[in-house]
Design a protein around this ligand. Structure first.
Ligand code: SF4
Length: 325
């Protein structure tokens, strides 16, 4: 299939504000091949907000945070789902679409949070705190979800905790998210010492330096950041909540305290906003490349499979979360 100059130019306009044309020239062949393969194989691409702009704006059908991707995964009408994100997200898509083929571009796309906790850890916490509900962040394996009462994301954690109507929960595996949500809800958190390797590195000194160098800047931190970083910021929320805040408040200058691609992806749609970029990169998210997506679609490889005995209770924990309005 040949692509006319105007079609190619329309494709470039999707990323023109954040990718130089000379760089785009090295990407456009893969982008066009992926668009063709999606049509041929009746495939959709679900992409996390931390994907690079050529994936996020160039080939994705649905973009969002973990919550949005989980919700959208229940509505997908396609034979093949490519999850451009990390492994636990692809597992969630498979849990919610057991009859569909779910692909992940690179099977090595892990997550420091998901790797920090095992099913045995959950059973030990339950034994030490009988009767206390286990709320598990979606950034975990299906095997850990299977041991849990309900899942949450950073976008809905407050709502999920409040829906339980208890004054104490076991919240795993992110100690910082638990501390931030505990402070917001007043619910006592029994935690596990997990952390996101991207967000745990930010410090209050970083925020101070950003403010000194950028008078008037609005600082927005992800709740996976340590509590002192959140306290030093103007607003804290999931990546979707960050976007909503920007849409509503239209700050002139913004620093997003999160993964690097987040600012790039929003900046494409908001050239009027000055994004200060004090980011840390997630090496797992960055395993998703155009070449990996193209290869996975061409060969239908890197298929995500789940043991049915694990999948059933894990699905229940996700569905309980999705049922909370
Ligand atoms: S940004 Fe953090 S939580 Fe997200 S995938 Fe990377 S390591 Fe995991």
């Amino acid at each position: 299939m040949s692509t006319t100059i105007s079609e190619a130019d329309a494709l470039y306009q999707r990323v023109a504000h954040v990718i130089p044309r000379v760089e785009w020239a090295t990407m456009v062949d893969d982008v066009q091949a992926i668009l063709r393969l999606k049509a041929e194989k009746n495939a959709v691409i679900l992409a996390h907000n931390y994907m690079t702009p050529e994936i996020y704006h160039g080939v994705a059908d649905i973009v969002g945070d973990s919550l949005a991707l989980a919700r959208e995964a229940t509505k997908v009408d396609a034979d093949v789902i490519v999850l451009a994100g990390v492994h636990f997200m692809a597992e969630t898509a498979k849990l919610l679409n057991p009859s569909k083929t779910v692909l992940i571009p690179d099977l090595r796309s892990g997550c420091s949070l998901a790797e920090s906790v095992t099913p045995e850890d959950v059973r030990a916490l339950r034994a030490a705190h009988p009767g206390v509900p286990v709320v598990t962040y979606v950034n975990t394996s299906a095997a850990v979800k299977a041991e849990s009462d309900i899942c949450c994301t950073s976008g809905n954690a407050v709502k999920i905790i409040e829906s339980l109507g208890v004054d104490e929960v076991i919240m795993i595996p992110d100690q910082f998210l638990a501390a931030n949500i505990g402070a917001q809800t007043g619910v006592k958190m029994i935690v596990h010492p997990g952390a996101c390797e991207v967000h745990e590195r930010f410090t209050p000194d970083d925020i101070e330096t950003i403010r000194e160098g950028n008078p008037g800047v609005t600082v927005i931190a992800h709740p996976e950041c340590p509590r002192p970083v959140v306290l030093a910021s103007d607003f804290s929320g999931s990546t979707a909540q960050m976007q909503d805040f920007i849409e509503k408040e239209r700050p002139r200058k913004v620093a997003l305290i999160t993964e690097c691609s987040m600012s790039d992806n929003i900046a494409q749609n908001h050239p009027e906003i000055d994004f200060i970029r004090p980011c840390n990169m997630c090496p797992h998210m960055k395993r998703n490349t155009l070449a990996a997506i193209r290869h996975s679609l061409e060969t239908l490889t890197n298929v995500v499979e789940l043991d049915p005995a694990t999948a059933a209770p894990a699905r229940q924990a996700i569905e309980r979360m999705l049922a909370v309005k």
